[in-house]
Write a protein of this length. Structure first.
Length: 256
């Protein structure tokens, strides 16, 4: 095992303690000496590990004091949030809360894109969308659908919409969300809690609306928004079951 792997692995182990709350914001991080002793490393490697945590945004360096734990959830950027989510799988409650936030953000971006594109007029070749939906259908109808490839394909469809609409910032946020989800197998699996075939049917329905001259009725749009919301509720519920989020036991109640 090379030094680079040791640094990454130990940095992740320590970052996981931050993610789980074992190390509280504001507390001192173990010193270079303590990290070296715990993980049987030389001090130079331990120093690299703490430097890596600082680059992750998980600790702040203070001259003469050492490193203090940063409140990553409150002050961390997208990269810190992404790493925090990946490392939180051993702490189901935190993982579930973060995934619900990710899904809600993604839902807002995708719904706005779909509705904006549906209501607007665009000089865009619908054949490109048809080809992308055909690809999605091929993936969905395979004997053992590769959910990761399915999600990448769907993200690509939404990215096309955002590009046509000129929503550059939303596209950047969507790309970051996609990276977060694709790093966590449980999250990818949850996005297909509902059959992949249903995803294809929804995209086909949207494409048909985009090609029609009359456009959708208000009742059709309302139904779509309701279905979209129900789908994301199922996604979150599936993730909660996957990471085994236990319901709190009421005082005085003995669990079986």
């Amino acid at each position: 095992m090379g030094d680079r792997t040791v640094v990454a692995d130990v940095a992740d182990a320590l970052a996981r303690r931050v993610a789980s709350g074992q190390y509280a914001p504001g507390d001192l991080m173990p010193s270079v000496r303590q990290v070296a002793e715990e993980f049987h490393l030389n001090r130079a490697t331990a120093q690299l590990i703490l430097g890596r945590l600082e680059s992750y945004g998980f600790v702040d360096a203070h001259r003469g004091k050492g490193f203090t734990i940063r409140d990553v959830r409150a002050h961390g950027g997208v990269d810190s949030y992404r790493r925090l989510f990946r490392l939180s799988m051993d702490t189901p409650a935190i993982a579930a809360e973060m995934f619900a936030n990710i899904v809600e953000e993604e839902r807002g971006i995708v719904l706005e894109a779909l509705l904006s594109y549906t209501h607007g007029e665009h000089e865009h070749d619908p054949g490109e969308f048809k080809a992308a939906i055909d690809e999605l259908e091929t993936l969905a109808r395979s004997e053992q659908p590769d959910r990761r490839r399915l999600l990448i394909a769907e993200l690509g469809l939404v990215r096309r919409l955002l590009t046509v609409l000129g929503h550059g910032m939303q596209r950047a946020v969507l790309n970051s969300i996609g990276e977060m989800v694709l790093e966590v197998p449980e999250a990818v699996e949850s996005y297909y809690a509902v059959s992949p075939d249903l995803h294809v049917l929804i995209w086909r329905g949207l494409a048909a609306v985009w090609e029609s001259e009359s456009g959708p009725t208000e009742s059709q749009l309302a139904l779509f928004e309701d279905l979209f919301g129900m789908y994301h509720e199922k996604v979150i519920a599936h993730f909660d079951r996957t990471v085994v989020v236990e319901e709190p036991v009421a005082p005085g109640v003995v669990s079986a």
